[in-house]
Design a protein around this ligand. Sequence first.
Ligand code: 7TS
Length: 437
Amino acid sequence: MVRHATPTGPGRLDVDSLRADFPILQRRVHGHPLVYLDNAATTQKPQAVIDALVDYYSTTNANIHRGLHTLAEEATAAYEDVRRRTAAFINAGSPREVIFTRNTTESLNLLAYSLGARLGPGDEIVLSDMEHHSNLVPWQLAARRHGARLRFLSVDDDGRLDLDEARALIGPRTRIVSVVQMSNVLGTINPVAALVEMAHAAGALMIVDGAQSVPHMPVDVQTLGADFLAFSAHKMLGPTGVGVLWGRKDLLDDMDPFLGGGEMISLVQREESTWAALPNKFEAGTPNIADVIAFGPALDYLTRVGMDAVRAHEVETIAYALDRLNATDGLTVYGPPDPEERGGVAAFNYLDIHAHDLSTILDGEGVAIRAGHHCAQPLMRRLAVPATARASFYLYNRPDEVDAMIDALGTAAGLFGHAPPTGTGVGAGAGGRGARV
Ligand code: 7TS
């Protein structure tokens, strides 16, 4: 059964009723209610998504695009319908511009492979120092294969890119600019429109890594102005194993396929083949049919809640989280100080406690955060830290979950022999979850 999340008031989410749609949020971890703050890694799934998977395998399972029997026709129609809904979600000009991949990583690898083939010595690819490895390593491979050069936009002390530096770096040798729209560590929302303008003025293509932006804020490819956008279903309530690559039709039409095999061809002869039209040219082999179909209800869910409301809720949540984290002695938060400039991600270090220890101790209190380099090692080097802890929020997170995290940080401080720091609430006799130690 599909339950409806009903926002109440202008732009406000009714988080409590919405939480009831996510069965996993009812579970306990180590005797505590789960506080899931690892949404930048992957988000939880509403019942409608889970039901769609079970329903597909129970009633419709068939291979698509080839069978002429009822099940194959129904499965094909359902799969192609989700392509249409994905196109609508980002306001693409045509569903043909939407390619289903495995994840953002594969979408970016496709681009690096197919666009990379056009690069030669002296050509430059401009990235930034806050890229996830999936928007760095594929370009390293392409640059090495074709003799191109990588250039990097630096990150300032507040976690922002410098547009003057970008203006100086993006020039006649630039062929590709590929930048993350929202950092998975700093939360920084980058000025993509300005970068698009610079890239296009230089005759370069603009690629946007939308893995963290598309799930958390309205993204309209018409206003974005970029040439390509990559994102992952699993970070926006959908199943794992489904990525999206959106690209301008004329550009995709011009590109060579990434993977060869079934479904992506028009005519195959012994020595050579011709390619199918978009989008099939880029979807070789049997795709992840069930998970694409179950991505449909995730898109519907976010559309019903409204991406403006999701964004407003996250600004409110990160503002509260930053207030509480900044009020905690011995804690350093990374990224822009203004909640309006960032997504719902807070990476931090606390006292002398390694981020991995923090994560383990918080897990003992039922609080799930991530720790490590977050697949952004160059950024860790820029921050001069080996790792950070990271809390990342989504539409179902409540302020009391931020409080639970702060209390658990107090527990961690105690375990490492520090006096309960001011600001965490533990020493104030809050009687919270951290008071167990
Ligand atoms: N780009 C960004 C900005 C990301 O945050 C991630 C995943 C990816 C690309 C890759 O996405 P995937 O679906 O192909 O894996 N980020 C994270 C993270 O921050 N923690 O775990 C995965």
